[in-house]
Write a protein that binds this ligand. Structure first.
Ligand code: AMP
Length: 606
């Protein structure tokens, strides 16, 4: 299709008229980043002028930056707990937002062990949709011909609950997939998926995954891109194929769907799709029964041009495994988003994972940046330190602070970003890390305090055996799929004979006691961890590796030999530097896996 050259963007020539408009919007927003930000803040403050929160802080209807910055405090989730609790309990007055709260989005960030509840309003769905609509126009600039085939995306909904006041509480993607924006999206040749909606919307993760994989296999010659939201999700799909290919091949051979998939919507749509295909079944059997799974993705889906998965932040640990299974395909990290707000997109999605920079779109919310670094970490921050989107400096690190249409004002997201450059006047950010996250395998985020509590709770099981944990550290082991938490324990065994035996075993502590410790740790971890373990199967059983006495002293010696100060040395509560992990592993006397699943239900504990 010929495209009006006037609409041709700085980013490159668009693939079609629709893309031209999207690229033009990106140009407009990024060229005028500061003006757009000023307008967004004024809109948010005008819209919510009569809310209890803005009144309480004495904004008096002001919509300008100076008054906003003078009057409103910088807050974290915990500061909003009372307001959020009131909304959850059914108070529908204009507390944070003048628009009715349509539902709560349950973040993978937790507070007191439970998912944070983010209030949202209906119009935010349009804003999220707008950001999604920019992704393919950008991708089409780099990868031509994506309209000639399909995307195999593993997308899932998760369970939802209602708050005491009756509002739905569910993850943001579940909310999006269940919305009309997704379910009744108009046909777009650049955005055709192999997975039927019925499979994406099935809340049983086995049936959903089975059907999505089956459809992907049936259409293997049409698949041009393969993806999941996060890298861990795509690897889970590969693992699923490893475990389930015989059944999948049987279904393909006979043209019928296994009775294990009972969802009537799925069965009816698959009835229309499936026909016996013995050649495809033979091919799947041949490829999947090989010992070598290196490059399996491109062997099964030979036309795949790239993987569409986020491999930035904590997901970077999966890059080597994805490279192995895909024979080195490019990995596109297309967007940066959260339950609180969708932030921005990657304007150069085919770049190397280490070079990914997200351009925050100035129309999504009002963004401020709290300088982050050794100096400001030590000193208490003051509100004057915050800088605006257009004023951040290349090379510096900042913590993201947002003000949203849904009613979060100067809210600390907890992400640390580094400015890598600008597109027009909009800065581009490298995602550095999320604050306070020690361990993460999937969407779980475990901090130091949670790990400490879990070790404390678990070690209660040792008391009656006269033993205690003297030191511990941890490691996210992603060499297996699914990955799992490994916690290294050095024990103090009070019994003299046991202490002598401690070099070869863990004394009189039976495997059963240590298994109980593993499970007790899992029970103590937050709801997102337990949901990943129980409902998603995306984290494997927690493992305790008992190391021999003196190991942690060796660890300290090693750190000091590398320049650490002896006075300031603290045992790292998480390790990922290979020589350290190897040192610990070489001192392991016994290892123990959690023997059962921890408890988890969609209901909140509080
Ligand atoms: P949630 O609130 O559960 O939606 O999680 C949102 C968080 O996930 C963000 O605040 C980031 O810490 C992380 N996240 C989202 N997108 C990305 C990305 N593209 N790269 C790295 N981390 C991300």
């Amino acid at each position: 299709m010929a495209v009006d050259s006037a609409l041709s963007s700085l980013l490159g020539p668009p693939a079609c008229e629709k893309d031209a408009k999207a690229l033009q919007l990106i140009e407009d927003m990024t060229r005028n980043a500061d003006a757009v930000q000023e307008r967004v803040l004024a809109e948010i403050l005008a819209q919510n002028a009569d809310t209890e929160y803005l009144r309480r802080h004495g904004l008096g209807g002001a919509i300008d930056r100076a008054t906003f910055k003078r009057k409103l405090p910088i807050i974290s989730y915990e500061d909003l707990q009372p307001e959020i609790q009131r909304i959850a309990n059914g108070d529908s007055s204009a507390i944070l937002s003048s628009h009715p709260i349509s539902e709560f989005l349950t973040s993978s960030g937790t507070s007191a062990g439970e998912r944070k509840l983010m209030p949202t309003i209906r119009e935010e769905l349009d804003r999220r949709q707008l950001l999604y609509s920019l992704l393919m126009p950008v991708m089409n600039l780099y990868v031509p011909g994506l309209d000639k085939g399909k995307g195999l995306y593993f997308l899932f909904v998760k369970s939802e609950t209602r708050t005491p006041g009756g509002l739905l509480a569910r993850p943001v993607l579940t909310s999006y997939y269940k919305s009309d924006h997704f379910r009744t999206r108009p046909y777009d040749p650049y955005n055709v998926y192999t997975s039927p909606n019925e499979a994406v919307l099935c809340s049983d993760s086995y049936q959903s995954m089975y059907t999505q994989m089956l459809c992907g296999l049936l259409e293997r010659h049409h698949v041009l891109r393969l993806g999941a939201v996060f890298a861990s999700g795509l690897l889970r799909a590969i693992r699923f194929l490893q475990l389930n290919w015989p059944q999948l091949a049987d279904d393909i051979r006979s043209g019928t769907l296994t009775p294990r998939v009972t969802d009537p919507g799925i069965r009816s749509v698959m009835d229309q799709i499936m026909k016996p295909d013995p050649d495809l079944a033979d091919f799947i059997t041949l490829e999947c029964s090989k010992d070598q799974w290196e490059g399996i993705i491109t062997r099964i889906w030979p036309k795949t041009k790239y993987l569409d998965v986020i491999v930035t932040g904590a997901m970077a640990q999966y890059i080597p495994t994805l490279e192995y299974y895909s024979g080195g395909l490019s990995m596109a990290c297309t967007m940066y988003a959260s339950s609180e707000c969708y932030f921005g997109i990657n304007l150069n999605p085919m770049c190397k994972p280490s070079e990914v920079a997200y351009t925050i779109m100035p129309n999504m919310a009002y963004f401020e940046f709290l300088p982050h670094g050794p100096a400001s970490a030590a000193a208490a921050y003051s509100p004057e330190m915050l800088v605006d989107l257009a004023d951040v400096e290349v090379g510096k690190e900042y913590e993201l602070v947002i003000t949203t249409y849904a009613g979060l004002y100067r809210y600390r997201v907890g992400d640390i970003l580094r400015v890598t450059g600008f597109h027009n006047s909009a800065p581009q950010f490298h995602f550095v890390r999320r604050k306070n996250v020690l361990l993460s395998i999937d969407s779980d985020k475990t901090d130091e305090a949670e790990l400490q509590k879990a070790v404390e709770n678990a070690s209660q099981n040792l008391r009656s055996h006269g033993a205690s944990v003297v030191e511990y550290t941890s490691y996210a082991d992603t060499r297996t799929i699914p990955g799992h938490y490994v916690v290294y324990w050095e024990l103090l065994l009070k019994d003299k004979d046991d202490a002598i035996n401690a070099n070869t075993a863990c004394g009189s502590l039976s495997r059963e006691v240590m298994g109980r410790c593993c499970l007790a740790m899992e029970e103590s971890l937050n709801a997102v961890y337990r949901q990943c373990r129980v409902a998603d199967g995306s984290i494997g059983p927690l493992e305790i590796r008992v190391v021999r006495p003196g190991t942690f002293e060796e660890l300290m010696d090693y750190a000091i030999s590398r320049g650490a100060s002896i006075n300031q040395y603290k045992v790292p509560r998480c390790v990922n530097f290979t020589p350290i992990v190897e040192l610990l592993d070489s001192r392991v006397v016994s290892s123990h896996l959690s023997p059962a699943l921890p408890h988890w239900s969609p209901e909140r504990r509080r």
